[in-house]
Ligand binder design. Structure first.
Ligand SMILES: Nc1nc2c(ncn2[C@@H]2O[C@H](COP(=O)(O)OP(=O)(O)OP(=O)(O)O)[C@@H](O)[C@H]2O)c(=O)[nH]1
Ligand SMILES: [Zn+2]
Length: 304
């Protein structure tokens, strides 16, 4: 049976599915529709889900045969309109999304769940409010708390049910977030292991990533670098993987309007003048604004 057929059968199977649900919201999902989805990273199947809890349309990007499979590389991505669509540099979401699709496509099989949990579950309007507070000096955690939310409002019951509906036996979760591991296991998903998903920081998101490491307990080196012992894979961003036949995502330097290392080297080679010392660019300009300069106010959670 083809990968498509095995997924299409799930639509038939779920037509009248109505279980008691998972989590406090007793969320139940159905596999509602399946189609092929060629992407710039390769061919996927897109699986659209219905759920009984919110009017949001969560989806899975599926590569290869996952029904009944074990150790399936799986990424849970929470929606970030500003990062995913608008290419915001405040966070690492877009890089994580594209790198996640690429990692999955390079594996024999894999799943990326795109969960409509904008702003760690507080919604887009509130995330913009949180950004405004961050401009006044709060960090990402403090801004959520100031708005009356928890640091993270996400519940992964919907994700757990989606994975169970797809019939995976066990997953290797692509994440740095211990809460995702914990909740999926709690909801009955067999999380066999973790694949780190660290994106090197840049000047605009360094403080945000440090806050996630220091205050939210994410497995990111507090200095912001991907120097984790368990990280067996080299970090791949900016299309730097040697030997990959797939088109890389656009280099961050291009997004920032700066020349890439290759372009800079080429320009230098062409120039008869000796290269300028130019430490400014490497130092990131040092103009972090309020985000970079303000300190966090203790009460670190999970910072050990
Ligand atoms: N409230 C709030 N949400 C943010 C902010 N920056 C990014 N986000 C949201 O944070 C979420 C990030 O989701 P993920 O990348 O799936 O998860 P993660 O918690 O970083 O964990 P990883 O699996 O390690 O990447 C998205 O929903 C973003 O919209 C912020 O400053 N405040
Ligand atoms: Zn984001």
């Amino acid at each position: 049976m083809s990968d498509y057929d095995s997924l299409a059968r799930l639509v038939e199977r779920d037509r009248d599915h109505d279980c008691e649900g998972y989590g406090p919201g007793q969320v139940c999902v159905r596999v509602a529709a399946v189609a092929e989805l060629p992407t710039r990273f390769g061919r996927f199947h897109i699986v659209a889900f219905w759920n009984n809890r919110d009017a949001k349309e969560h989806i899975a990007m599926v590569h290869g045969d996952v029904v009944g499979a074990s150790d399936v590389p799986t990424r849970l991505h929470s929606e970030c309109l500003t990062g995913d669509v608008m290419a915001s540099l405040r966070c690492d979401c877009r890089d994580q999304l594209l790198e996640g699709l690429r990692k999955i496509q390079e594996a024999e099989r894999g799943i990326l769940l795109y969960l409509r949990q904008e702003g760690r579950g507080i919604g887009l309007v509130n995330k913009v409010r949180a950004y405004a507070l961050q401009e006044q000096g709060l960090d990402t955690v403090e801004a959520n708390l100031a708005l009356g939310f928890r640091d993270d409002e996400r519940d992964y019951a919907v994700a757990a049910h989606m994975l169970l509906s797809l019939g995976v036996n066990s997953i290797q979760l692509i994440t740095n977030n211990p809460e995702k591991m914990k909740q999926l296991s709690m909801y009955g998903v067999n999380v066999a292991g973790r694949i780190p998903h660290v994106i090197p920081p840049h000047e605009f998101n360094r403080f945000y990533l440090q806050t996630k490491a220091q205050r939210s307990g994410h497995y990111i080196d507090p200095s912001g670098f991907a120097h984790l012992v368990e990280q067996s894979d080299p970090v791949m961003v900016e299309g730097m993987r040697a030997g990959s036949s797939r088109p890389p995502p656009e280099p961050l330097a291009q997004v920032l309007g700066e020349p890439t290392a290759e372009a800079a080297a080429e320009a230098q080679a062409k120039s008869s003048r000796p290269p300028a010392a130019g430490p400014d660019r490497a130092a990131g300009g040092g103009s972090q604004g309020s985000q970079g300069s303000q300190g966090s106010q203790g009460s670190a959670r999970g910072s050990d």
